[in-house]
Ligand binder design. Structure first.
Ligand code: IMP
Length: 179
C-alpha cells in the first residue's frame, strides 16, 4: 500500500523525548517489584521495545493478543484472547503496554479477566489515548500522548496491517473507514 497524503500527529522528536519521561515515572512507581510487562500485540510492540530499553530495573516480558477491530467482536463488545500469557501472574505486578486506548473496551476486558488470576497489582501504559471516544474506563496511569478522534497509523499502529513501521504517527481519516 502506498503511503497516503498525511498530517503528522506525533513526530519522531516528540516520541524520542516522551519515552524516557514515561520510563522514569514507571520506574519510580513499580521499579522495585520485578513487574511482568504485558505487551498487547500487535500494535504495542514498537512502543514496548522503546520503553523497556529505558527501564533500569528488573522486569520480565510476556505477550498477549486479543481479537481486534475488523471482525464481529467489535459490535458485540466481546474481546477474545487469541494468545494468552505464558507466565503465571498470581501475586505479580503487571504493566500492560498498549498502543492506543480508544473506547477502552480492550483494556477493560483484559484487566477484568486477568484479575481472576489474582495479580498483586495492575498498571497500564499506553502510547496514545483518545479520551473523547471512551465508553469503558480502565485506569490508564501512563499516557504517552492524548489525541483527538482521528484514525492514526505508525509507531506500531496499523490500517489493514500496514504502516506499523512508520517512525512517527500520521492521521489517515480520509482513507480509513470511520469506526
Ligand atoms: P479499544 O478497545 O476501543 O480501546 O481499542 C483499542 C484498539 O483499537 C487498539 O489496540 C487498536 O488496535 C485499535 N485502534 C483504535 N484506534 C485506532 C487508530 O486510530 N489507529 C489504529 N488502530 C486503532
Amino acid at each position: 500500500m502506498m503511503l497516503p497524503e498525511h498530517e503528522i500527529v506525533i513526530s519522531e522528536e516528540q516520541i524520542r523525548r516522551r519515552i524516557p519521561q514515561l520510563a522514569k515515572l514507571i520506574a519510580a512507581d513499580i521499579g522495585d517489584s520485578n513487574p511482568l510487562i504485558v505487551v498487547i500485540l500487535k500494535g504495542a510492540f514498537i512502543f514496548a521495545s522503546d520503553l523497556v530499553r529505558h527501564f533500569d530495573f528488573p522486569y520480565e516480558i510476556d505477550f498477549i493478543s486479543t481479537s481486534s477491530y475488523g471482525n464481529a467482536t467489535k459490535s458485540s463488545g466481546i474481546v477474545k484472547i487469541l494468545k494468552d500469557l505464558d507466565e503465571p501472574i498470581k501475586n505479580r505486578t503487571l504493566l500492560f503496554i498498549e498502543d492506543i486506548v480508544d473506547t477502552g473496551l480492550t483494556l477493560h476486558y483484559l484487566t477484568e479477566i486477568l484479575k481472576i488470576r489474582r495479580p498483586k497489582r495492575i498498571e497500564i501504559a499506553t502510547f496514545l489515548s483518545k479520551p473523547s471516544r471512551r465508553k469503558f474506563h480502565p485506569e490508564v496511569k501512563y499516557v504517552g500522548f492524548e489525541i483527538d478522534d482521528r484514525f492514526v497509523v505508525g509507531y506500531g499502529l496499523d490500517y489493514q496491517q500496514q504502516y506499523r513501521g512508520l517512525p512517527y504517527v500520521i492521521a489517515i481519516d480520509e482513507i480509513a473507514t470511520k469506526k
